[in-house]
Design a binder for this molecule. Sequence first.
Ligand SMILES: [Ca+2]
Length: 409
Amino acid sequence: MGLSRRSVLLGISTLALSGCASGQPAFSTTDALPTARNPGWDAWVDAFRSRALAAGIRAPIFDAAFSVAGFTPGVIERDRNQTERVRTLEDYIAIVADEEQVRDGRAKFSQFGGLLRQLEAQYGVEAHVIAAIWGVESRYGARRGSIPVISATSTLAYEGRRGAFFERQLLAALRIQQNGDISPRNMTGSWAGAMGHTQFIPTTYEAYAVDFRGDGRRDIWEDDPTDGLASAANYLARSGWRRGQPWGVEVRLPQDFDQSLTGRGGGRSAESWAALGVRDMDGRVVPNNGSASILTPMGPAGPAFMIFSNYTVLSRYNNSQNYIIGVGYLSDRIAGGPPIRGGFPPDAQGLRMSDRQEIQRRLAAAGFDPGDVDGVIGDRTTAAIGAWEAANGLPVTGVASRDLLVRLR
Ligand SMILES: [Ca+2]
């Protein structure tokens, strides 16, 4: 399967950055991005050097950091592409919390069970929730990102679309180096400067990273995930995580349910929802966990969730609905919970996940590689459809449609 395809999909799925921990929802690329000569960036770095020194960065630290940094045009490309496609919850879960990710999560959960239970005891954040953040952010550490953070943040600060934000990240990154937590060469991350096992951006690192092993360095970059996972637990704890409460639960709404009651603002007690006929997927009244809201991310025909205050805590990490539900759902699966039981509605083309998977299977059988047969129509499937259409004398649309499925059959 194509991890690089996954990272491309995720890079464009959400980046509703809100001072969140991660610059992107998941899976940094491991592709090395080349640097390029750019006199404009050189001049920007010269000017920035004065600002950095005035802000307390010592000259040798600054010069060592930039001696291994360079203008990296690839990060600008990624920054521009990431808003183009908005994924549905169904697609997002197929990418970050599919059966493979659940299996890997359960394996990591048992491998690192001692550490995770220690973190749960110390920070009051359930072990399976920490594991789920680890899974969604970096595929349990497998994709921590290999782009030099000084290069990425200085390129985006220079480019300017969100220049002030990335200059703050760059300054924080230099302070982290000055503090001795990481060497210039080893400070790597995603194209947006999100670093380590749980993809902290530099300002989040400064505020929340911890040295759990007590060796004097807050090392979220190394293979050992201890400091990275402890830092994520600390961040959730300090954001108000309530141990013993769910982030949310999947619910069944009655036929006549008033959809205008859904949304994050519509908090009510569990008793009040029960009186309106809301039940869990086994038909039971949902226990009281404080003020609760109902979300129907894909509309009335899709799954429904009752969410609690821990949903809001997860939103501090990344304020994307798909991200929060993705992490919450993966945490439940790692803890042994079932798949989502509410059906997903057909997409804009009238196709269901199984139809989209059939298109991918048939394209592959015809010799047009669509990437993973995961039902998610990403760049590779779109390209494969276009190539198949061209080879069959049809107008090239790249669209996974009912008509295409019929023709492929
Ligand atoms: Ca440490």
